[in-house]
Design a protein. Sequence first.
Length: 585
Amino acid sequence: MDESAIETQGTKEIFQIFKYIGGWPAVERGPWTEENYNWVEAIHRLRKLGIDYDVFFRVSVAKDRHNDMKYIFGIHDMSYSPSDLSQADRKLYLNYMVDIATMFGANRYTATQHSEEVLNLFLVLASISKSSVTNNRTNMYEKYSISELQYHYEYLNWAQYIKGIVGDLVPIRFEDEVVLTDPDYLIQLEKLLSRTPKRTLANFIAWHTVQYLINFLPTRILDKAYDFLARFNAGHAIKPFRWKMCVKTVEDRLDSVIAAVFIRRFLDAKIRDDVVHLIKNVKDTFKANLLGLEWFDRQTKELILSKLLTSIEKVVSVGDLMDLEIDNERTFYNVNISNHSFMASALYLDHIKHDKLFMKLIHPVDDHMFANTGFITGTKIKYLPKKNVLIFPIGIFEGIFYRHDRPSYMNYAILGSLVGHEVSHIFMRAKHGLPPSEWELRSFWTPSSLVNYQEKLHCLAEQYAKLHGDRKLSSQNALKTGDEDMADLAGMEISYDTYLNLIKENGAEPTLPGLNYSTAQLFWISSAMHHCSRYPYSERDMENFGWSPVELRVNGPLQNIKEFAEDFGCAAGSKMNPSTKCDIW
């Protein structure tokens, strides 16, 4: 937030970085010699500084697809884009690069020549990335030992390169495995790097560094960057306030610390116990209703029940908070944040974050989702099919989803229907999986149950298409949104049945003052509330999440629930009480 300190510091810090990584030839005040320049060493030094080191290819640490209890190192193409620029956009981009270089003291003529070479390299990299992705239609996932990688791609000392990236905390052996998702890219990259002058490589890495650090630089440089973005993106780039940049910097680098503070502040043991009880009630109703379904045969029911009975609910607890705080203490115990340098503080935390990422390579997989602020504060329940675990964030313990001081019909209508939705995924996604004992993803439903399920999906798809007034939606629903539509219906119906069981035990609840609705009607009204959104539905929701438009996610399930029509007195054959219903649950 100290703007004056940033302005006073100017470009001194970043010039020290340029010197450390081998220079930025375009802005060098003296002669730049290429004899001792090594681009691999430059990238290793970026890593040591905490700066993004994904330059010519991207590295990752992710769960091994073939062993989800193990992390594995991956090498991928950089996916630079676009691979082609119009003449106007090319001129705009080049002028931006030259303007920034001159702000660092470069001669405009020299800056233009050098920037042209960097831009050409960028476009060639984008082109080979695009072509290799186009040719790679099989979603490659090839494992190599480091020694095999060295044999096939000789132009780089891979053991040395990987060692420089992961750091000294992780031992690297020649037998260690590496995943390649795009081998063709590495082949083409070898040819490109071999014919590219060292000066261009140095300029490219320096330009990459400038772009990574742009938000920490003086206002005049930052303004130039956002002016370019606004013009390049037709006005769709607004420079954020410095305080927003600061907040984003903290969120990106101290995620687990923020998560711990959030849990400590908002975790209420009584509310947690109530939510756990609600989850148990919904699951119990689900099991009871499942036994009464006639379109599942006995064998499939037994397998689904086994999956349900062995499923686990993970709701954040004091124990999780203690584990998180111990891990944070271990990670950040010697952190020293400087009040005088925004950039140095951010890079210091980046270095720690990178160390923590690569330390995963020597530890077993730990899906510690409670270390993620976005998940902790969010409202999306997550189901992990292979582990058969439902994970619940604190965000659903409050606000619209749950309040301990309001009637249960509201809590069960909203949170209960969400729980029912996710519980249904335990076996809907299981139709793509092996028997529970093997915890993999392949079909274990019997053929007759699968056929019946497809018929139910088709019924919903046809009905949703009529409700939406779009016949094309029928085929789209069946292919893309069918499982989610089925889960929406399950969630509403199961949560309503659960609530009926609750009031049988505890007695009826009062209605809401000032509203002339019965408790049953208030249940159905409440069930729609969490679908209200200020953001319009987009095709991306269907593509990425398999969701139908929100009006279908509310009205679609409700028109298939006879209790809804009875509670509101909907006339037979009316829109919300059609004569033909999809009888599923």
